[in-house]
Write a protein that binds this ligand. Structure first.
Ligand code: AKG
Length: 321
C-alpha cells in the first residue's frame, strides 16, 4: 500500500511532492464520505475495483445486450456500434463520434447564455464571458464552470443524453445493466489554478475513475479544441492492463513519467478536434484533462455505469469541504 505520510527526513522536493498528493487526495475526501453514506456498497467497489482480478470477476456479471436500435432516430447515423465496442475493448477509446452542427451550436449557445458555477462552488455563479471579472470579484483563479442540472434545460443536451446509439454502445460494452450515471456540460478556463482545484477538476494528472465497477464516458467538444484549449489525453490500452503498484494504492492519480514508462509514449493520445468532435472511453484507462492556456474549452459528458447512480454524480458534482 502506498503511504503519503511526510517524514521529517525527506528533502524539500519530496515533501512538496507528497504534500501535493495529500492535497489532491484530501480534496476528494468529502465526496467519498458522501458516497459511502448514500450507498455503503460504494466502499467495497472503491477499494476493489482498482484491482484487475476483482474487475475481471465483476465483468463476468455483464449480461448480453439484446437491444435492436436499427429503426430508432439517432444523431450518430454513420456510427457502427460493433466497431465502437471492438475499439473500446482493444484500446479503451473510440474517437470517431461527431455531433451534428445544429446540436453543437444549440448547446454552445445555451452554455454561453446560462450562468455556470465556478470551481464546483454554487456560490460562484457567472456567465462564461465574465470569467475574468468573476476571478477578480472572488479574488481567486476559477478553473472550471459547471452548469450542473441546468444543462438539462437545454433540449439538445437531452437529445444527446438519450441517443440510442450511445446507450447501445454502453450496453454492448458494459453489459445490459448499463445505465446513465452522469450528464454534465462545463467550461475549463485558462488560469493559474491551485493543485487542489486542478485535482477537483481532474486536470493535469493522469488518473482513472472509480465511480462504479464498470463505466463508459462519452465526451463531446462544443468549441474547437487545439493544444491550447486544454485537450483531453488518454492512454490507449491502460483500461485492461495495470501495474501492480497502481492496483495496490488508494491513489487514482499517478505521475506522467510512471505512466509513460509503463505504457509507452506511443500509447498516449491527445484528443484535439473541431466543435462537435466526440469520443467514448473506458475511464478505468489512464486519462486527464489539461489546463487550457489560450481559450476556454466547453465540453459535454454523458457517462454510463452499472450501479445505481449517486445523486451528486448525475451532475458530476463533488462535495466541497
Ligand atoms: O476535463 C477532462 O478532459 C477530463 C475529465 C476527467 O478526467 C474525468 O471526467 O474523469
Amino acid at each position: 500500500m502506498h503511504t503519503t505520510s511526510i517524514d521529517p527526513a525527506d528533502d524539500l522536493e519530496t515533501v512538496a511532492r507528497k504534500g501535493g498528493k495529500l492535497r489532491r487526495m484530501a480534496v476528494r475526501i468529502p465526496t467519498y464520505m458522501a458516497d459511502i453514506r448514500e450507498n455503503p456498497a460504494w466502499l467495497p467497489m472503491f477499494l476493489l475495483a482498482r484491482t484487475i482480478p476483482a474487475r475481471k470477476v465483476h465483468w463476468l456479471t455483464a449480461r448480453r445486450s439484446n437491444g435492436a436500435i436499427e429503426k430508432l432516430p439517432t444523431l450518430f447515423k454513420g456510427v457502427d456500434h460493433t466497431s465502437a465496442v471492438a475499439a473500446l475493448r482493444r484500446d479503451g477509446i473510440f474517437p470517431e463520434l461527431t455531433l451534428p452542427e445544429t446540436i453543437t451550436r444549440e448547446i454552445a449557445s445555451f452554455a454561453s447564455a446560462t450562468p455556470c458555477f465556478g470551481n464546483f462552488d454554487r456560490k460562484i455563479e457567472f456567465q462564461a464571458s465574465d470569467h475574468r471579472a468573476a476571478e477578480q470579484e472572488w479574488g481567486k483563479p476559477i478553473l472550471s464552470g459547471h452548469h450542473f442540472e441546468r444543462a438539462l434545460d437545454c433540449p439538445a443536451v437531452r437529445t444527446v443524453q438519450r441517443d440510442p446509439v450511445l446507450s447501445e454502445i454502453a450496453r454492448c460494452y458494459l453489459g445490459a445493466q448499463a445505465r446513465l450515471i452522469t450528464t454534465r456540460v462545463w467550461w475549463s478556463f485558462p488560469t493559474r489554478a491551485s493543485e487542489a482545484d486542478r485535482s477537483l477538476a481532474s486536470l493535469d494528472k493522469f488518473h482513472f475513475d472509480l465511480d462504479d465497477w464498470r463505466m463508459l464516458k462519452f465526451f463531446f467538444y462544443l468549441v474547437d479544441v487545439d493544444e491550447g484549449t486544454g485537450p483531453h489525453v488518454y492512454v490507449r490500452g491502460s483500461h485492461n492492463k495495470r501495474r501492480i503498484k497502481h492496483q495496490l494504492t488508494l491513489l487514482v492519480g499517478h505521475p506522467a513519467h510512471e505512466i509513460l514508462d509503463f505504457y509507452g509514449k506511443d500509447s498516449v493520445t491527445t484528443l484535439t478536434g473541431a466543435a462537435g468532435f466526440g469520443f467514448v472511453e473506458d475511464p478505468f484507462g489512464f486519462h486527464m484533462g489539461t489546463v487550457a492556456t489560450t481559450k476556454p474549452r466547453l465540453m459535454m459528458e454523458v457517462g454510463f455505469g452499472v450501479s445505481k447512480p449517486s445523486r451528486r454524480r448525475f451532475h458530476g458534482e463533488p462535495v466541497l469541504r
